[in-house]
Design a protein around this ligand. Sequence first.
Ligand code: ZN
Length: 312
Amino acid sequence: MGSNRRAPADARTDAGADDFGAALPARLTFTADIERSPGDPTGTRHLAATTALLDLLDEAGARGTFFILGEVADSAPWLVCDIAARGHEIASHNQTHRPLAALSPATLREEAHRARATLQDLSGQAVQGFRAPYFSLTPATEWAADTLLETGHAYSSSVIPARAVLHGHPAAPRHPFLWPGGLLELPAPIAQLGPIGMPILGGMYLRYLPAWDFRRFARRLEGPLAWTYCHPYDIDAGAPFHRCPGLGLLSSLFLWANRGTTARRLRAMLAGRSSLPLAERLEEARNIAGGLRDIVPGPHRDANAPPDPAFC
Ligand SMILES: [Zn+2]
């Protein structure tokens, strides 16, 4: 992985990356969503990029949680076996990469069941976790929590508890909580800056935030159970540019550029910290959620209502 051609420029623009994670908590769980790379005509770049992520974790002595798309598991079953053999938790990113709002409850039930069964068969692990594509568990799709419970999942990691560009649930708690049906939710850690809440520990934030800003925001991180998130393509610095289907030129450029910083920053964030899979932190999460049952969001909440301070 990686591109020697771009590396010097990345180093110049990422001054301070060595202590990038200085303000982060001592326990930080690595998570990744394993899916195909956007705009990749070969449909295979995510495979080598995932192996590079696994190597990075081995070097850091870290174990994490991999939310794997069922379609990826179907086409590359060896990848699931490799991730599991290297000590990581296998979790589900559903069968297809569509937001929950695009699915009916029946379709989600079928897809979630199928992906979980495939991942369990391949890994030999009891798959407990689910992450909705695009973090798309929002006020409009809260029904999904019961479907995930019915299909055997113990926890979800599908909520951005803030206003977000694509999907967000501003009224959701910023700590582990239980949905009314009993499913445990582990929401994305949020850094609040004025009126803006940002899930800074992954994705485009990790790629584009200047190191100094990241450290400043990290001191404002909310959520007692912190986890990072990324995709294989976030570290695929050698990927050629391709315009993504359905996206404009600028959006495609934004998705493609600045990938060289992510691996370096992940190394800095994991250095000297304990990273355990989410499945090994569920008791800790349940203890937090169990003590705060009274502030679980429910279907009575208005999707368009402003954030309730009691939930933030
Ligand atoms: Zn995804």
